[in-house]
Design a protein around this ligand. Sequence first.
Ligand code: OOB
Length: 550
Amino acid sequence: MGNPQSATRLPLRQVWPDAFVARYRAAGYWRGETFPGFLRERAQRHADDVAVVGGDTRWTYARLWDEVERIAAGFLAQGLQPGDRVIVQLGNIPEFIAVACALFRARLVPVYALPAHRITEVAHFARKAEASGYVVAERYEGFDYRTLARELQAEVPAVGHVFVVGDAQEFTSVSALEGDRAALPGDPDPQSVAFLQISGGSTGLSKLIPRTHDDYIYSFRASNALCGIDRDSVYMVALPAAHNFPMSSPGFFGALYAGARVVLSPGPGPDAAFPLIARERVTCVGLVPPLALLWADAAAKTTHDLSSLQVVQVGGAKLVPEAARRVVAGLGCTLQQVFGMAEGLVNYTRLDDPDDIVLETQGRPISPDDEVLVVDDHGNPVPEGEVGHLLTRGPYTIRGYHNDEAANARAFTDDGYYRTGDMVQRLPGGYLVVQGRATDHINRAGEKISAEEIEDHLLAHPQVFDAAVVSIPDAFLGERSCAFVIARGEQPRPAALKAWVRGRGLAAFKVPDQVVFVDAFDTTAVGKISRRELRAQLRERFLAHAAAPA
Ligand code: OOB
């Protein structure tokens, strides 16, 4: 029996206007390729080449495809039906790739959650996506996800199917899945939604990002050319595999498309990654800025041979020029800045760009058809070189979030541009320099945290009268979160408030790094000021205070 909701299955197509579809096809961006289509072809062409390395597993392309078909047939045999959404919450293990590709093969739609997400977030994804399945590992980084699965089924009973990598207990084991492979469906419509990605959640809760086969495959095929990925490359996934950056910029999907080798690092730090780089002769890796600095320092002292590394990509948050110099000096290979977003647009510095471009800009768009506007608060273009809001549309940028009218009204213009929320400067040649953002989120080492979402959780505490969460510069993380709180009655301890947020079933990275109690928030003479202004004011006050001599 399938999900009762699948009777009212949503039209899982991302709709670009016909004229754009025609244009993107004519330009050769959208070629009608699909995930199962290219994976099957690679399994034939590169059958005995190693595709995926992780833990004790080493799968060739032929073996990966065999796993994909087995798991795909198993999902359908368990009663899932093409079109059903399935939440995938797996760490950097080979099964992440096998399960995601198996879902594509069975025309099921993965919804990617990060391993750090907890019940509140996962339940939100399940409701928003109307998911009927959930795939987890028995445990990852010490956390038992079967417990989370039980909580999820209690909160969202429509999630009728739970699959577990490892000891499944009362659930279904991924390794035991079997089904009739001959009954697997044909390849999907290339313009259908292949998966739902999670947004960084700049306002409130995360939104779901529908990406199609055609648009996503274009983004990593084109990325391969700009990142130097070919069949001889060895690409390491050091960041969580569910992030768009290590997934598609060029990511493990780009590497598989090229017939290259994917190496999954169990953790992002040098301890986990360096021995694997040496053993597998890794050529390319993507990092967030704090990690890149950590790697650069560790590289000076390591005994592991890192000489295979050709390209280190840094993105997800701003890499300031001084840090960029340290990364280049420490790792001694080509730096590539990557400024991207799960909604689409990705910018790269080119591998042969001059040093000043590589050190001082966040690159330029992948596609000649990425349309970029830099506008003032009223939507009017600003002169080249001036800072403005970045809006974009193009052959791999979504036209709307899944199932979220209100967010779409805010985040997209009438003519289909996505409002990125980033403030940028555009230089000659189309290079962008990220100068900040217009929305109130905290970019904590590449993890995006919505101020609003955390304020809501703080306000639910009986001893919190009001709360404002702001980003504070942090030497290591880039930014950290600080919650300004007005207590109601007796002032709670900061640690108790942090524990409260964690206890609300949220990812640990969302717990405020710092809690500061204040007596009141400033308001203007005319009355209540906007949350945005309030947050900006608190940030300024905090920074002025921090800078003042003791
Ligand atoms: C990547 O994707 P998301 O969806 O987690 O976050 C997107 C946001 C951007 O709008 C921007 O605010 C920030 O992250 N960002 C950067 C940046 N790269 C991303 N800000 C400054 N400099 C950079 N280089 O973070 C993402 C997706 C694909 C590739 C790379 C990163």
